[in-house]
Design a binder for this molecule. Structure first.
Ligand SMILES: *[C@@H]1O[C@H](CO)[C@@H](O)[C@H](O)[C@H]1NC(C)=O
Ligand SMILES: *[C@@H]1O[C@H](CO)[C@@H](O)[C@H](O)[C@H]1NC(C)=O
Ligand SMILES: *[C@@H]1O[C@H](CO)[C@@H](O)[C@H](O)[C@H]1NC(C)=O
Ligand SMILES: *[C@@H]1O[C@H](CO)[C@@H](O)[C@H](O)[C@H]1NC(C)=O
Ligand SMILES: *[C@@H]1O[C@H](CO)[C@@H](O)[C@H](O)[C@H]1NC(C)=O
Ligand SMILES: *[C@@H]1O[C@H](CO)[C@@H](O)[C@H](O)[C@H]1NC(C)=O
Length: 372
């Protein structure tokens, strides 16, 4: 009796799993199977709202290059947006908060250190399709932002065109993405840029399962995301994976810090009680500190009361993912030879105030994404 019941429920379960496996909302990737949803208010778009492309960059992985995700047996839940990367939020007004609320992150979006996921929009399953792919790198000055913002959702472009797969990615920002600690010895200084590459690799390996064509990927970014795209062209010149670039309002040279000046990390370390004189010990200590304590140091920092000294964490010139001498690389032809659409509105007519960049973001992005 009991055995019968078990057999029956097992049978039902098998039938259920088989039915689900046929569904285009349950997709098997290299390392896991993930459940998506039909995008609300559409019939022809499926969305996977939290697709992890690397292990959580926490504990001993904090400040380190991203690590390939371990296989998971349980079906992953892609029906809810994942956390955006932990970021600066000091309550001070910025161009974004004043002119474009919700642009960096959707109102109420949660943030956490465990944030290395992407959002993926694809047409509902159509047999044997192999569609071009857009990967979007959001901006935010390398200190904030993320994929979870209506301005970066790809649902409408997929709904209206049905001929593209769109992805927006999260990557580490601020000190978590660009620590430049003395202990790193001028190598792998920009885990946030390495996250972007990891996401591109994940897409290349898995996008066919979502109806995408791994041989037709375009990498697009805006502002810090545009700068990231341009940096990518130099960092991965021999193996870009993607076939096209769109660097919108950002170039490789936009933000660059010296690898030699590790003072900002040391300052934060001391503020969270890691004042060891040995750089490795201080580094390990900060890896163990609470992420909230670390970001709190940045949030409450006041330049005026700290002798006018700035405190910021953006890509540093390790000559691996971010370079000191881009002119030299251009001269020597050391960049990916693929189509690149550059729109630089940052450094030109408005004297680099960013005013024009915001204008572009307001006008261009909603038009492209088709935000109503
Ligand atoms: C769906 O449409 C309804 C009615 O127009 C709207 O209130 C809701 O916000 C929409 N949902 C999404 C996710 O766009
Ligand atoms: C998909 O492609 C396979 C092999 O190329 C073919 O056998 C099959 O009929 C195709 N299915 C559809 C629905 O076109
Ligand atoms: C580090 O900080 C602790 C307590 O905050 C203090 O006792 C210690 O003297 C400091 N060490 C150095 C080298 O500044
Ligand atoms: C920073 O400190 C200055 C000088 O004490 C003060 O006037 C200013 O309001 C502070 N800024 C913030 C954001 O607290
Ligand atoms: C942070 O680094 C900048 C330049 O790299 C330096 O001018 C500034 O003094 C540093 N800030 C602190 C708090 O050490
Ligand atoms: C990066 O390359 C420049 C020359 O282009 C060199 O001066 C600098 O020392 C290098 N930095 C590192 C961290 O390798």
């Amino acid at each position: 009796m009991i055995l019968n019941a078990i057999a029956t429920s097992l049978g039902l379960l098998t039938a259920l799993v088989a039915a689900q496996a046929e569904s285009d909302l349950l997709v098997k990737t290299n390392h896991f199977t993930i459940q998506g949803i039909v995008e609300p208010n559409t019939t022809n778009v499926r969305t996977f709202r939290r697709v992890p492309y690397a292990e959580a960059p926490v504990d001993q992985l904090r400040f380190m290059p991203p690590v390939t995700k371990k296989p998971e047996v349980a079906i992953l839940d892609g029906t809810q947006y994942g956390a955006s990367c932990i970021q600066l939020n000091n309550g001070q007004p910025t161009a974004y908060t004043e002119h474009l609320p919700g642009f960096l992150l959707a109102p109420g979006a949660t943030t956490a250190e465990d944030c290395l996921s992407l959002i993926l929009w694809a047409p509902r399953a159509v047999a044997n399709r192999s569609l071009p792919v857009i990967i979007y790198i959001p901006g935010g000055g390398f200190t904030g932002g993320g994929a979870n913002s209506q301005y970066k959702y790809g649902a409408n472009i997929v709904r209206d065109n049905q001929d593209v797969v769109v992805i927006s990615i999260n990557y580490r920002v601020n000190i978590f993405g660009y620590p430049n600690a003395a202990s790193l010895n001028q190598h792998n200084l920009n885990p946030g840029l390495l996250d972007q590459r990891k996401a591109v690799e994940w897409v290349y390996e898995n996008i066919a399962a979502f109806g995408g064509d791994p041989s037709r990927i375009t990498l697009w970014g805006q502002s810090a995301g545009g700068s990231s795209v341009d940096k990518y062209a130099y960092a991965w010149s021999d193996d870009p994976i993607v076939q096209g670039f769109i660097a919108d309002s950002g170039v490789a040279t936009l933000i660059g810090k010296s690898a030699a000046d590790t003072s900002n990390f040391t300052y934060v370390a001391q503020q969270v009680g890691c004042n060891q004189t040995d750089a490795d010990e201080a580094f390990t200590c900060v890896q163990k500190a609470s992420a909230q304590d670390i970001i709190a140091v940045l949030n409450k920092y006041n330049v005026s009361t700290n002798g006018g000294r700035s405190l910021s964490f953006t890509p540093a010139g390790d000559n691996e993912t971010s370079f000191v001498d881009y002119s030299g690389l251009q001269r020597d032809g050391k960049f990916a030879r693929i189509p690149d659409s550059l729109c630089d509105d940052m450094s030109g007519r408005k004297g680099g105030t960013g005013e024009n960049e915001m204008g572009r973001a307001i006008l261009a992005l909603p038009l492209f994404w088709g935000i109503p």
